[in-house]
Design a protein around this ligand. Structure first.
Ligand code: BJ8
Length: 425
């Protein structure tokens, strides 16, 4: 990575601490990603993005801000990026996936908080994440309790807008979400000084749908026997989608898909042909949380899909492009975003339908149910998911794990036994 010290200083980053983070990432990434055999050439772009993770994109955001544009940080796939992009601002996903940030996080949130929230808290208050420091405003949402309380902490440090998401999906909840989207639009207009018109929303919808279509195309390639891309690589592509420039990301991902589709024609897969095909479901995996995929794929399994917010939940539903008025946009956006089936909702039976559908679509052999510790809603849904999968004769294993590597050996042993069991079915 080039020298970005001046940039980081301008963002008030704690350089000494930040150096410690920058020192471990290349080795960690090298071990997990660069040892893979027969990787698609198209992954070089994503390698480059990771090698520049706190550099080039942060510089781009700084340049945008110099030109008077704004940067908005988000934490949840319910927040409509269309509004942000229509105001000529950039949206960056800020969920944090490393335990590096936990000590700072524990200074402001309880120790027994989910690792994702604790890491996000630490990244902000420890001044070690240049993305947080590049944001002119953060956007929270009333999903889980840990996040709801986090926004109150964040408000002490930085401007934040919180969207009031209902916990149910009744007619009045759809109407409420339309109203929240309208309020969000007004807040973004105030921040950016840009009027968000119906035309601008149509343009941003098209741009973001193109990104979703590229990711859908990528995931299609994972449905074939012996996919041409590892689960680990597919996860990385989706993680990067949350903060890369959308047009460039779409172009590079479509280029990768051209290569993957060619590989499929040639029968060039990356796994052992007998590797059990795994669908992961559960809590999101924010960058650089690659732990579970890495363990699965170094224990003989092949991850073929993720029913998570860093998987299909992010892109499987497009936004209808037919809106002509602002009112149409609010309604269409509310309808689309409320299709996401987060465990924070009650009831949330559509998530079970999604898991079963994806299991069949991706010809999976088993499901790994993943939860971060202290994520009550996802942990609580395990029983209902397990019971429904049992009726369909679908094997499932529950893995709860945080960002640390201490339990990696134990998880590996459990997964190997699970793979053996499903391979002999
Ligand atoms: S739509 S999954 S991105 S809320 S893991 S912080 S739920 S305690 S991240 Fe999420 Fe939106 Fe739902 Fe998706 Fe809380 Fe659980 Fe932590 Fe979580």
């Amino acid at each position: 990575m080039a020298d970005y010290k001046e940039l980081w200083t301008s963002l008030d980053i704690d350089l000494e601490k930040h150096d410690q983070l920058c020192a471990v990432l290349p080795e960690f990434y090298g071990e997990i990603y660069m040892q893979q055999e027969n990787r698609p050439e198209g992954m070089n772009y994503y390698n480059f993005v990771v090698s520049e993770i706190h550099g080039l994109r942060v510089q781009e955001l700084a340049d945008m801000r110099k030109d008077g544009r704004k940067v908005v940080g988000t934490f949840c796939v319910y927040v409509p990026d269309e509004i942000i992009v229509a105001a000529n601002a950039a949206s960056v996903g800020l969920c944090a996936g490393s335990e590096f940030w936990h000590p700072d996080g524990e200074k402001v949130v309880p120790r027994n908080t989910c690792p994702l929230v604790k890491a996000a808290a630490g990244a902000l208050v420890g001044n070690t994440c240049p993305y947080f420091k590049s944001c002119d405003m953060l956007v929270g949402e009333t999903t889980c309790d840990a996040k709801k309380k986090l926004w109150e902490t964040f408000a002490e440090y930085t401007p934040i807008h919180v969207m009031n998401l209902s916990s149910m999906k009744r007619e009045q909840d759809y109407i409420n979400w339309q109203g929240e989207i309208k309020l969000f639009k007004e807040r973004v207009e105030e921040l950016t000084g840009v009027e968000v018109t119906a035309e601008k929303l149509s343009e941003s919808t098209k741009l973001l749908n193109d990104k979703r279509r590229a990711l859908q195309r990528l995931y299609e390639t994972r449905k074939v026997a012996n996919p041409p891309i590892s689960g680990k690589d597919a996860l990385l592509v989706t993680q990067i989608a949350f903060y890369d420039d959308p047009a460039r990301f779409t172009q590079m991902t479509n280029q990768l898909c051209d290569e993957l589709e060619k590989r499929i024609e040639e029968g060039n897969g990356v796994f052992d042909k007998k590797a059990p095909r795994i669908l992961i479901t559960g809590t999101p995996m924010a960058i650089p949380n690659w732990k579970l995929h890495h363990i699965i794929e170094t224990s003989g399994g092949a991850v073929v899909a993720e029913e998570t917010c860093t998987g299909v939940k992010y892109f499987q539903n497009l936004v209808d492009e037919s809106a002509a008025t602002l009112e149409d946009h609010y309604k269409i956006l509310a309808d689309r975003y409320l299709k996401t089936n987060c465990a924070c909702f009650t009831p949330n039976t559509s998530r079970i339908d999604d898991i079963i559908r994806l299991y069949k679509e991706y010809a999976a052999d088993g499901v790994v149910y993943y939860t971060l510790p202290f994520c009550t809603t996802y942990a609580a849904e395990f029983k209902a998911v397990k019971d429904a999968l049992a009726k369909e004769n679908i094997p499932v294993i529950n893995i709860e794990s945080d960002y640390g590597l201490e339990d990696a050996g134990q998880i590996k042993t459990r997964l190997e036994a699970f793979f053996e069991m499903i391979s002999n079915k």
